[in-house]
Design a protein around this ligand. Structure first.
Ligand SMILES: Cc1ncc(COP(=O)(O)O)c(C=O)c1O
Length: 313
């Protein structure tokens, strides 16, 4: 039994602890607590913003392939999805995205690193982009995977919130902190945007999720050690891909996106037969697949399967 259950705390709503978590996050991000909106996973904020702009019949400009939670929510309530193809390096094409921003654009979504490609956009380019686009539309910079990237401090744009740019930065405890099942994420934004998001209600955080998030913020060494383990395991996968001559996008998250040159369903089926579940298909790149880094045993299984599928051909 956990201490939380022993002390009977999970029998109560975690109002005090939620406040404590918001304060701890505000201190970490260097903003007043009214700049923090907590959520049941950062995806909840993506959905709220999607619904908000969708109801206003606005467009969501986003990279393609990309993470669809916000654009799907917007489309469901009458908004428009504007996918913009990634460039040849499979990075967000900021010029092409900028060209799509018009009077009916509500929000521009930039996941950095991107899912599923795993690539990052240089910080200076994101900064320019936020400055230019921000005059016309809100920019959502989703840094869900940024703790895993090679230069978190040099790449985060959370300081742009402090500078008053029209941007919200999203983070989650689901990735490097390993708490996906406990559902805690947050946004850092100007107080007016925080209030707007909160006005939609949103879900209630669980006591266990809040307790785990608070504990992991205090364990500052954990993220560094987890990142080191993850990057070492990811390198084994990219080494295997190199040896097989398979092209991959430069990975900066906890997965690798690579080109198989074969139909998605065939490749996914072969992996599945070996007990490896790869990510869904990401149209229009249907001869690319995304494989996530798991436990060392799972990673070994995935590499063995990969070699079995691609070595003989
Ligand atoms: C880019 C990106 N943003 C946000 C999320 C949502 O994560 P969560 O709701 O667990 O915080 C995910 C989940 O896979 C993701 O890939």
């Amino acid at each position: 039994m956990t201490s939380a259950l022993q002390s009977g705390k999970a029998a109560r709503y975690p109002y005090l602890e939620v406040g404590e978590l918001a304060e701890a996050i505000a201190a970490k991000e260097g903003v007043p607590v009214d700049h923090i909106v907590l959520a049941v996973g950062s995806g909840e904020i993506l959905e709220t913003l999607g619904v908000h702009f969708g109801l206003a019949k606005k467009a969501v400009v986003r990279g393609d392939p990309g993470y669809l939670q916000m654009s799907a929510a917007a489309k469901a309530v009458g908004g428009r999805d504007v996918p913009v193809a990634v460039n040849a390096r499979l990075e967000h094409d900021l010029d092409a995205m900028l060209a799509q921003v018009g009077a009916d654009t509500g929000v521009v979504y930039l996941a950095n690193p991107n899912n599923p490609t795993g690539t990052v956009v240089p910080s200076a380019q994101i900064r320019d982009f936020v400055h230019q686009v921000g005059r016309k539309a809100l920019v959502v910079v989703d840094e869900a995977y940024l703790d895993i990237a090679d230069d978190y401090a040099g790449r985060t744009v959370v300081d742009l919130v402090r500078k008053g740019e029209n941007v919200i930065v999203l983070r989650t405890f689901s990735k490097i902190y390993g708490l996906a099942g406990l559902r805690v994420g947050y946004g850092v934004a100007a107080p007016a945007l925080v209030s707007l998001i909160k006005s939609y209600g949103g879900g209630s955080l669980s006591y266990l999720g809040v307790a785990a998030a608070l504990a992991s913020l205090r364990e500052t060494g954990y993220v560094l050690a987890a990142r080191e383990r993850l990057v070492a395991e990811r390198a084994k996968l990219t080494d295997a891909l190199k040896a097989l001559g398979l092209r991959y996008a430069e990975p900066q998250a906890n997965f690798v996106f690579f080109r198989t040159g074969r139909p998605y369903a065939d490749v996914a089926g072969r992996f599945r037969a070996d007990g490896v579940a790869i990510a869904r298909a990401f149209p229009p790149l249907l001869d690319w697949v995304r494989v996530s880094i798991g436990t060392p045993e799972e990673n070994t299984l995935a590499r063995d399967s990969l070699r079995g599928i691609f070595a003989q051909s």
